[in-house]
Every structure is written in C-alpha cells, then in structure tokens.
Design a protein around this ligand. Structure first.
Ligand SMILES: [Zn+2]
Length: 366
C-alpha cells in the first residue's frame, strides 16, 4: 500500500465513522461491449473474465456467499443455461475463489439496487458528452469502445466525493471492456431442459448447493429474516410465506452428464480411460465423452491402435495436440455411414486425443 492509498483509506474510514456507517464501501462494476447479444453467455463471461479476476486481484474475498440480485430477464438470467451456471458454479475452481453463488430475481422494474440508476447515469453522461459535439471540438462517441474509453478515463470517480455524499453511494466505478468476439456464442453452451415441476417461472431464488447438476430453488427470495441476514438461507424463518427450498435437477437436453465436469479430473477415471485406450484395435467401436458441449459424445471406428504424437503442434476441431499426446486415428460413425467403412482412412481420418482433450469415459465395442 502506498502512502497515497493509505491516506485515501484513512479518509474513507473517517468519513464512514463520522456518519456512523459500517466500514463498507460500494464499488460499481460495469461491463461495456459491442456484442449485441445480451444473453447468459455474456453474463457468464463477465463473471469469469471480468468481475472475478478483479476480485482476485484487489480483494481478499474467498469462500464467500455471492448474493446476486437481478431482474427476471429470461434470456440473461432466468433460463436453463443460466441455472446450469449457478448449479455448477462450485466446479469452476480455477476462478470462483471458493464462493457460493446465490441468485435472486425480482419482477421487472422491482427490487433493483444501485446498479440500475448507475447504468442510467452512465448513459446520461455519454449522451451529455455527445450533445456538446461541434465540428471544431468533436465529442461524438462512435463506437462502444470509445464510450468505454471515455467513461474509464473520466468517470471512475463520482462528481461528488464520499465526504460530500456523507459516506453513502458509489465509492468507485470499475469499467470492464468485453470484446465482442471474446464472448462465446449462446449456442456453444449446452441446451438445458426446463426445471421439473414448473418451478422456473414462479420462483425467485436459486442457489448453488455444491452438487453438480443440482440447484436449490425457492418461490420467494427472503434475504431479511434473522437467518437470511446471515446467509443461512436453508433455515429461513418464513418458509410458510417464502416456500420450502426445493432441490431440482438441471438436465442437459443432449443427455450428457454434468458429473463429468468433476469426474474427468479424477485420477482414477483418467487411469481407467488410459487402460481402456490401450485396448483399442483397428476396427474397435469407440464411444467417448467429450469436453465439447455441442458434441458431448462421439461414437467412432478406430483405424489405428493408440499412438504417441511426434509431429508438430497443431489444432483441429478436437482441440490442440502437442508432441507426447496420445491419439488414435478414427472414422466417425456418421462418416462410416455416409462413405462406407471400407473407404481408406487417407481422406477421412480425424485425429482424436484421448488423454488431454477427450476425457472421462471410454466405451469399447466391436
Ligand atoms: Zn427468510
């Protein structure tokens, strides 16, 4: 901590104490993107690539309950794919800081917090800036990137200081630029069935319960009873009003198992896969569970035994391969049917990397 930041911190604590407020500040995070698709893929991107890296870098927050309040927009935050994100949040151990994700929805235009007027404020700032445009002093902001740059450069701090605001309101604004192409297309996330028991529409509380593919759901989000205030949501004191906390399965339409997210990294599973991989002979039917969500299973005909890659590094539709990876040449079943199995592998073979890109389960047949 530099002397300057120490002095700022002391001033902040002094302002809060003088106004009899707890030592808490509000930091606003805003994602700016030119991507026109406002869907759950964008929300997930913001969490993984913007908000959480920031939290990791600038805070000591670990193992917390992350309570999110949002409206009930079906595309962004109240859809099967989003429920899957909440249900499997604990598996993203490379970036989730050990946090538990709790998501509450309000009816549109209700229950919003400071983020709503803050985003309105950002739009107002941009509009005012553009209205000052003249040919001599152009202030037109033609792209989302220009708008981001302008906000980031001039509006990290609010016009009035924390002292002037008596310790309330936004302390600092953080703007995140999200390049259009960095956000994955929605179709690349597995399709999800509606939660059973028609609970989706009438429920407003969704919680990660530490079990892959399962989510806890309650009709009314109670955050203010004695238990809710200390994040013990399952023990809510008003269950007669809020409804019980029900456990629901988040099921992929393809039938792929989400348990693979956890088990594919398990050494026993990987070892079993390796043992089966060496049994593969030319002509063996091979079924594999893949990381690729759009194509969770592949059934194919092996054309070779397992080999070790000695060529140059490269990538294909199956992912990357480097020297030392094991692979087979395979013919997909679709190609077998289309071309007939007797077609030589020369034109139809595909590389498949068993140990690194394809994981978890191998079924062998003849
Ligand atoms: Zn409660």
């Amino acid at each position: 901590m530099t002397l300057a930041t120490l002095l700022i911190s002391l001033e902040t604590l002094r302002v809060l104490a003088e106004n009899r407020l707890p030592p808490e500040i509000t930091i606003m995070h805003m994602g700016v993107t030119a991507n026109p698709h406002h869907d759950t893929a964008g929300i997930q991107h913001f969490f993984q690539h913007d908000l959480y890296p920031w939290l990791e870098r600038y805070t000591t927050l670990r193992g917390a309950q992350h309570l999110v309040r949002s409206d009930g927009c079906a595309g962004q935050m109240k859809s099967g794919r989003h429920f899957r994100f909440i249900a499997n949040f604990h598996t993203h151990t490379s970036w989730n800081l050990g946090n538990t994700l709790v998501w509450t929805h309000s009816e549109s235009c209700h229950g919003k917090d400071l983020s709503d007027p803050e985003c309105g404020r950002a739009k107002f700032i941009l509009r005012c800036h553009e209205m000052r445009h003249t040919d001599d002093t152009p202030t037109m902001l033609k792209t989302s990137r220009e708008q981001f740059d302008f906000l980031d450069k001039h509006h990290r701090l609010t016009t009035r200081s924390l002292r002037e605001k008596r310790g309330k309101g936004i302390y600092y604004r953080v703007y995140h630029w999200m390049p259009t192409k960095s956000i994955r297309p929605l179709a690349s996330l597995a399709e999800i069935n509606t939660l059973e028991g028609s609970v989706t529409m009438k429920s407003h509380f969704f919680m990660n319960c530490g079990q892959v593919g399962m989510i806890k759901v309650r009709e009314i989000a109670c955050l203010s009873c004695d238990e809710g205030r200390v994040f013990r949501y399952p023990r809510c004191a008003k269950t007669r009003f809020c409804g019980p906390l029900l456990c629901r399965e988040v099921r992929q339409k393809s039938g792929a198992r989400d348990s693979a997210i956890e088990t594919r990294h398990c050494s026993a599973i990987q070892q079993a896969g390796r043992e089966r991989a060496v049994q593969v002979l030319p002509g063996t039917m091979v079924g594999v569970e893949c990381i690729d969500e759009a194509e969770p299973y592949i059934v194919s005909l092996a054309l070779t035994v397992e080999k070790t890659w000695e060529g140059e590094s490269g990538s294909s539709w199956m992912g990357a391969i480097v020297a030392g990876h094991n692979y087979w040449l395979i013919l997909s079943v679709c190609d077998c049917m289309r071309l007939g199995v007797r077609v030589t592998c020369k034109y139809n073979c595909r590389l498949m990397y068993v140990h690194d890109q394809v994981t978890s389960t191998l079924w062998l047949g003849n």
